[in-house]
Design a protein around this ligand. Structure first.
Ligand code: AKG
Length: 283
């Protein structure tokens, strides 16, 4: 749980770290789960189809347990309230000494969620130091606003659209959100962040869990799925995802295909909507 000062700091800056979550035994379970996933895929997550980076809790009970982890949810509840959905969760993996990076961006840009209350808990499953390419964040100084992005398809981008902020922003004042394995950070959906390539000799493994309060809705036309992880589904704006029947169970794998399709369709629609919104704004 957070202190009042920590909640106020999150509201002012748009980020907070580090928060403790996983014991050594829980971390080892996650590492084993990821190893089974990559055996099932026959390839590292990074080198498989992009769909396998998303919403793994739909097909893997260990990951479903992680997105429902009490220590994470207690902190998330302090910033978004008691009725909590998981909108998506993404593997953010950088192989040792690899060029994978994220350009400056805000998560809100292509999610199409309103109001802007989405928060990401980025859980470090290995050490995420500055050398290993941890996230760098900039304070919103209590005045978050949506910035103009373009889906540039940047090579080696860890983000789906290879997107970047294309308006001028203040470069100074970034904070490196270094995290030891087993801890997590929070960043608000309008928090500006980026990450550099991994220059360390170990793999950097993170999972970004996107939590929203149940009253959030989508602004686009695609009906999406979400996992209720605490409280009540007060909004009824998503189709709820049940717990996986078992690891890689065929019913769960078929459900994952539906969940991912809706995610991609919404994302593509939101790229167009964002371009349209900023095309009509004065420079
Ligand atoms: O893992 C990274 O380096 C970037 C993650 C990110 O962009 C996010 O969690 O929104």
């Amino acid at each position: 749980m957070l202190t009042r000062a920590q909640v106020e700091q999150y509201r002012h800056d748009g980020y907070l770290f580090p928060c403790a979550a996983l014991s050594a035994a829980e971390l080892a379970e996650c590492a084993d789960g990821l190893a089974r996933f990559e055996t099932w895929l026959g390839t590292p997550v990074n080198q498989s189809d992009r769909r396998w980076r998303s919403a793994g809790y739909v097909i893997m009970p260990w990951l479903d347990g992680l997105v429902r982890h009490k220590r994470i949810l207690d902190v998330v509840e302090d910033v978004i309230g008691p009725d909590i959905l998981v909108y998506t969760a993404t593997f953010f993996i950088k192989e040792a000494a690899s060029p994978t990076f994220a350009a400056w961006h805000q998560d809100a840009t292509y999610f199409g969620l309103a109001p802007h209350e989405h928060v990401t808990a980025w859980v470090a499953l290995s050490d995420a130091s500055a050398e290993a390419g941890c996230m760098e964040v900039v304070s919103s100084h209590g005045r978050p606003r949506q910035l103009h992005h373009a889906a540039l398809g940047l090579a080696n981008s860890i983000n789906g659209g290879g997107q970047a902020i294309v308006e001028e922003v203040e470069e100074a004042g970034g904070t490196m959100m270094a995290l030891p394995a087993g801890s997590f950070s929070l960043h608000h959906t309008l928090c500006r962040h980026r990450s550099a390539p991994n220059r360390a000799t170990h793999r950097r493994v993170g999972i970004g869990i996107s939590y929203i309060p149940a009253h959030c809705r989508l602004t686009g036309s695609v009906r999406m799925f979400a996992r209720l992880v605490r409280g009540e589904d007060t909004g009824g704006n998503f189709d709820l995802i049940p717990a996986p029947e078992g690891e890689f169970h065929p019913a769960a794998v078929a459900r994952h295909a539906q969940v991912y399709r809706a995610y991609r369709d919404n994302y593509a629609e939101q790229i167009v909507a964002h371009d349209r919104e900023f095309a009509t704004q004065p420079a």
